[in-house]
Design a protein around this ligand. Structure first.
Ligand SMILES: [Fe+2]
Length: 449
């Protein structure tokens, strides 16, 4: 491999493309993939002022600066193996600051105190990123085939990990900006409002009862929690052919949805009461009309856009109010894999950073694939996040990546408008606690047939 200088930092979001979502053993392809992911992370920071990098709005959200450093620490620790005997880390203090939750790797600063890290500075953290980039390039240049084979899978994992943090940078930043009374604009939306036409009618895509194969298979990248592929009996069901819209959620609200306990799970009612919920996160009533905070600033609520920033509890209550239910993750995956099409939808690369109205009635096909399954908003399922039959976490410290969170969380599917296109798959299992609302999370209805 020829050593080349890294591309200069810019504000361009780079799509590494589906071909390199697993770049095999081609060093140049790995390096191009690595650079496109790393540069995209930095491009997301281009609109920021220096003060924006440090804010931590709640324990669940991390400062942008922490994300930038933590993703570098991941490569340093798990790919380069620095910090072990004889191999000096870039900075011996960084492991304590930027380890997220890996108990096997050592102690760390409490999660809710990441916002106290005014030092290292933003410039120091960019310097850290540059140092790690240089070491990765050096490694790719000198590693023999055996070494490359040993590390390649972890390097690819590190890139998917960084793509997860790209989305978290946006959701955490949105939460922080929304907490500022000035409601700062992250970036004006160049593309303009999408011309929606949704849609009074919901269509239903029906699927017969069958023994379905669920989970990842093949050579491409997947997280350990998507495996093993296994059979599941899925009873006949129907899935709504589009996402629930703001207009439909408003109808739930106007019908007293937040005040009527008959629609709510016990824990959900408690969460709604404890948090004073009366609308989705980021909705504000101004002079009798609903406005919504977005990364492009506060705007009038568009009734045709998918409802977003709702908890599992709100999604579940809405579904009960509508006389339907949320899908199981096996049902969702059955629909999403029905036609074998590659992922298409409103992802990070569309640069909208906000869910878009679905196609209008005439343009939607109800079979085999409902609209908006991928992108726009993560769809709450009714499935608890538990291991698939025969699941084995990755060996070593990286076994802590997914497996230890398989308790008290709910699976979401499909990716969002902040998810990189090359990061999502129909078998991808995201998970959040049922009370979480700061992700781009929304609702699709399902029903028995
Ligand atoms: Fe992480």
């Amino acid at each position: 491999m020829t050593i080349r200088l890294l591309e200069p930092r810019s504000s361009e979001i780079l799509d590494p493309g589906p071909i390199v979502s697993d770049p095999g053993f081609d060093r140049d392809a790995i390096w191009r993939y690595y650079q496109s992911v790393r540069r995209t992370t930095e491009a997301l920071c281009a609109p920021l002022e220096i003060e924006d990098y440090v804010v931590q709005s709640m324990a669940d959200a991390s400062p942008v600066k922490w994300h930038l450093a933590h993703t570098s620490w991941f490569f340093e620790t798990f790919v380069l193996g620095l910090g072990k005997s004889g191999q000096a880390p870039v900075n011996s203090q960084y492991a304590y600051l930027f380890n997220s939750y890996y108990n096997a790797v050592g102690e760390r600063i409490a999660r809710d105190r990441r916002g106290l890290l005014s030092r290292p500075t933003v410039a120091d953290v960019y310097g850290y990123r540059t140092a790690i980039d240089g070491k990765i390039e050096e490694f790719l240049d000198r590693a023999d085939e055996v070494e490359l084979a040993r590390v390649r899978a972890t390097l690819v994992l590190g890139l998917h990990h960084e793509q997860q943090h790209q989305e978290l940078i946006l959701t955490d930043l949105k939460h922080a900006l929304a907490g500022n009374p000035l409601r700062p604009v992250y970036r004006k939306r160049e593309k303009g409002a999408a011309q929606g036409g949704v849609s009074s009618q919901v269509g239903w895509a029906s699927f017969p009862a069958a023994l379905r194969s669920i989970g990842h298979e093949g050579d491409g990248f997947a997280f350990d929690n998507e495996t093993p592929r296994h059979p599941e009996h899925v009873a006949s069901f129907a899935l709504a052919d589009r996402l629930v819209t703001n207009q439909e959620f408003l109808a739930f609200m106007e019908d007293g949805g937040y005040r009527r306990p008959e629609f709510w799970l016990s824990d959900g009612w408690a969460a709604r009461t404890r948090n004073g919920w009366g609308a989705p996160l980021y909705w504000e009533l101004e002079g009798g009309r609903w406005r919504v905070f977005t990364l492009a600033g506060t705007q009038d609520l568009d009734p045709s856009e998918p409802v977003c920033h709702v908890s599992f509890y709100e999604a579940d209550a809405f579904a009960r109010w509508a006389g339907d239910r949320l899908a199981t993750e096996a049902e969702w995956e059955t629909a999403a894999t029905a036609d074998g099409q590659p992922p298409a939808g409103n992802f990070l690369e569309s640069d909208r950073l906000h869910p878009a109205p679905g196609p209008n009635d005439g343009a939607r096909s109800t079979f085999p694939r409902p609209a908006q399954l991928l992108g726009d908003v993560w769809e709450w399922t009714q499935s608890p996040y538990t291991p698939y039959p025969g699941f084995r976490p990755t060996a070593g410290a990286l076994g802590e990546y997914n497996g230890k969170f398989m308790c008290n969380q709910i699976v979401l599917r499909g990716g969002s408008c902040a998810t990189p296109r090359s990061h999502i798959r129909p078998t991808y299992r995201n998970f959040f606690p049922p009370e979480a609302r700061w992700q781009f999370s929304g609702i699709r209805l399902a029903r028995d047939v």
